[in-house]
Design a protein around this ligand. Structure first.
Ligand SMILES: [Zn+2]
Length: 271
């Protein structure tokens, strides 16, 4: 089954991973701007990272017929430094017209601090002024429920926000309803043993259905599996779910969300 991985950090993966993803029928990915495995010391380092996301990675993915999209921001993990964050935010507009950029992300909270909240809102303001989609990171480390609640309160406090243009990622059993019931898209990030496993994600689908929900692998610097979405497909098949239901979650839904971006181009899909 063709699938899309809507949240994978290819900066931390080798070209062999692209090869294996293509063999598993991955046809498109999106890579949110995130931590680089180390804290960057200057805004110039982010400028180079944005070039990597918009120039180098699309070419690396294309060798394996995978369409590469991305999201731009300074991530919550490095957003504690407000002056650096503001410098980085000021660099983003020059990249927003690059053809693989879907919007602003992954922005959000990491330790639910005041500085993280300030920088989150400044990113949201940029997205509203430039009419971009938003991808949200919810905390793994500290209180996920509290962080998700804080994020949704900030979004609902901004009357310019249309929830259907925002995806709240890394939802789990106790936060999925906060996202869906308030009209947002949501993503479940699958990890091999910790956090949300493919089996837990299949349980959550049984609870909430297949509307406005997608799954992704993260493929980040921690222990993660770039083939987690195919694992989820197998888990759903084991449970007797239909092709149509599975395809909705792993293919149709990411496209329904992304097609709101002016840069989504279905003609580029190699299927
Ligand atoms: Zn991420």
């Amino acid at each position: 089954m063709h699938y899309i991985d809507p949240h994978i950090h290819m900066i931390s993966r080798t070209t062999d991973d692209y090869h294996r993803m293509a063999q598993s029928q991955c046809v498109a990915i999106s890579e949110p701007a995130f931590w680089a495995g180390f804290d960057r010391g200057s805004a110039i380092a982010f400028h180079d990272y944005f070039r990597q996301l918009t120039e180098y990675e699309p070419k690396r993915a294309q060798q394996y017929f995978i369409q590469h999209y991305c999201w731009l921001c300074i991530n919550a993990k490095e957003a504690e430094n407000v002056s650096l964050s503001r410098e980085v935010i000021s660099l983003i507009p020059e990249f927003l017209n690059r053809p693989n950029v879907l919007g602003i992300g992954e922005i959000g909270l990491n330790k639910n601090t005041k500085n993280e909240a300030i920088i989150f809102q400044e990113h949201v303001d940029l997205a509203m002024k430039t009419n971009e989609l938003i991808l949200i990171h919810t905390p793994h480390l500290e209180d996920k429920y509290k962080g998700t609640r804080m994020i949704i309160d900030m979004l609902q406090g901004d009357k310019r926000i249309q929830p259907s243009r925002v995806c709240i990622d890394h939802v789990e059993e106790h936060t999925v309803r906060l996202a869906i019931d308030n009209g947002f898209w949501c993503g479940m990030t699958l990890y091999p043993t910790t956090k949300c496993t493919p089996a837990r994600a299949a349980d959550i689908i049984e609870m909430v259905g297949t509307e406005k929900i997608m799954v992704n692998s993260a493929g980040d610097w921690g222990k993660s599996d770039p083939l987690a979405v195919p694992e989820f497909i197998m888990e759903m098949k084991r449970r007797g779910r239909t092709e149509e239901e599975i395809k909705k979650v792993v293919y149709d839904n990411p496209i329904l969300f992304w097609q709101q971006s002016r840069h989504w181009n279905k003609d580029n899909l190699k299927i």
